[in-house]
Design a protein around this ligand. Structure first.
Ligand SMILES: [Zn+2]
Length: 450
């Protein structure tokens, strides 16, 4: 065991000579972090739900910690921003600019190998801080992390924007040997998907709505199933491997907000004429998505040690917004054409107890700051080639006095980032994923008559 550790230490020195432990500079600080990403969550909706006691778990974090907006950028494409959150770098540097890669064979999924720079899980893992990453955007094939990863594969050809995990799809987990366990978990969640869906749709009849409404209900159910798989696999795998850094991504708030806004706030656009029947049937889907995510936050926070730093972050906010070329039945909520901040909450050791939500002059964190700030939490330096800074406003003066910022380094990118080899069979499996997905949804009763 000693020998393994020594070898690892030496290889880290070679890999990461810019940092710390090999040349006498500071070593990593023991810390525990649980980072929950909630795509598209805004205080406009979470705030009133929290105030009325319907998001008790988020409220408990705000009551003992830090709350603010999270500044973001445009265009607010989820894969781009979530990669910025995980790297501290703009899209021109991290290389993820869209949902798909345009190729001569047509659009193809963006792969984890396409990211040009290290993510927070690489930076921590290479310095012996073990990580667990679940459901993060563009992480297929699963990366070779120091810990575990459940990848997220987007199958846009099936009309599903958010990634998921699929039974039998290769390279969805690291360690690779955990794929069987993931398959079992996905199967179990598929089997109870109808029950899970009640959290958003109540007793909505299966045949409700026009063909377009059926389609957006299907999209929303599929996103909920993906989230459920990710939260359940995060909990199960974290029990197995108590990594000090766990990150989980949730997409259901974003998906439901794009598709259900007009039923939730039918008066937001004067041209909308929303039948009362639709408001009754679908008007609670968005707040239900927030309530559901809050329950999941509660469940996973309950698994964390009490001295864990908990972060909840959204990449952007939401409002009523039409998308050119799409009907209001297809998209009535959006974030693409306005700069809407996401929400940000933190609680735990060293975190300042302050609520900056109503303070327009407050200096707030941005999506660029999360990776440098997380590095600080683990005692590691920000690199000069990161756009973000350490957001010191998150911490108490006492914490900063005891844990001063480590001197900056030029870069962490001193060697090529390891990538994962993809075989012809892997590519075929991804190409076949559309059929796999459509068949799966049909078998779940989500695709009536299609
Ligand atoms: Zn979105």
């Amino acid at each position: 065991m000693r020998r393994v550790r020594l070898l690892r230490f030496l290889s880290l020195c070679l890999l990461a000579s810019a940092t710390a432990s090999c040349d006498g500079a500071p070593e990593t600080r023991p810390a525990k972090v649980l980072f929950i990403g909630v795509d598209g969550a805004t205080w406009d909706i979470a705030g009133p739900l929290m105030a009325s006691g319907e998001m008790p778990n988020l409220k408990a974090l705000v009551d003992r910690g830090f709350a603010s907006n999270l500044a973001t950028f445009q265009p607010s494409l989820s894969p781009v921003i979530w990669t910025t959150i995980a790297t501290g770098k703009p899209k021109e540097v991290h290389g993820i600019t869209d949902f798909v890669n345009a190729t001569e064979h047509g659009p193809e999924p963006v792969l984890s190998n396409d990211r040009k720079v290290r993510a927070i899980w690489d930076l921590l893992g290479e310095r012996d801080v073990r990580v667990g990453i679940v459901g993060w955007w563009l992480t297929w094939p699963a990366e070779i992390v120091n810990g575990f990863m459940v990848s997220s594969l987007s199958v846009l050809e099936a009309g599903l924007w958010k990634g998921s995990a699929y039974v039998g799809m290769p390279k969805q987990t690291h360690p690779p040997g955990w794929s069987k366990d993931l398959d079992l978990l996905v199967q179990a969640e598929q089997a109870r998907a109808a029950e899970t869906g009640k959290a958003l749709f109540g007793a909505l009849p299966d045949d409700y709505g026009t063909p377009m409404q059926k389609r957006v209900i299907l999209d929303t159910r599929a996103a909920l199933l993906s989230d459920q798989i990710f939260f359940e696999s995060a909990k199960a795998f974290w029990k197995r491997d108590r990594v000090p850094f766990l990150a989980v991504y949730s997409g259901i708030v974003d998906v439901s907000s794009h598709r259900m806004w007009k039923y939730y706030r039918p008066k937001d656009k004067p041209q909308w004429r929303v039948p009362l029947e639709d408001v009754d049937a679908l008007g609670e889907v968005i707040p239900n998505a927030y309530r559901w995510v809050d329950r999941k936050i509660g469940e996973i926070v309950a698994e964390a040690d009490p001295d864990t730093l908990i972060l909840v972050a959204a990449d952007h906010g939401f409002h009523a917004e039409m998308r050119p070329g799409m009907s209001e039945d297809e998209r009535s909520g959006g974030h693409e054409f306005a700069l809407l901040p996401g929400l940000f909450v933190a609680a735990g050791p060293g975190v300042r107890h302050v609520d900056l939500r109503g303070d327009e002059n407050a200096e707030i964190p941005s999506v660029f700051d999360l990776t440098p700030t997380l590095l600080h939490v683990f005692g590691l330096p920000r690199a000069a080639d990161m756009q973000g800074r350490v957001y010191t406003g998150l911490f108490t003066p006492e914490h900063l006095a005891a844990n001063p910022l480590v001197a900056e380094i030029p870069t962490y990118e001193t060697s090529p980032r390891p990538t994962v080899a993809i075989s012809a069979e892997d590519r075929a499996a991804v190409s076949g994923a559309k059929d796999n997905v459509v068949e799966r949804l049909r078998s779940l009763g989500y695709l009536q008559g299609k």
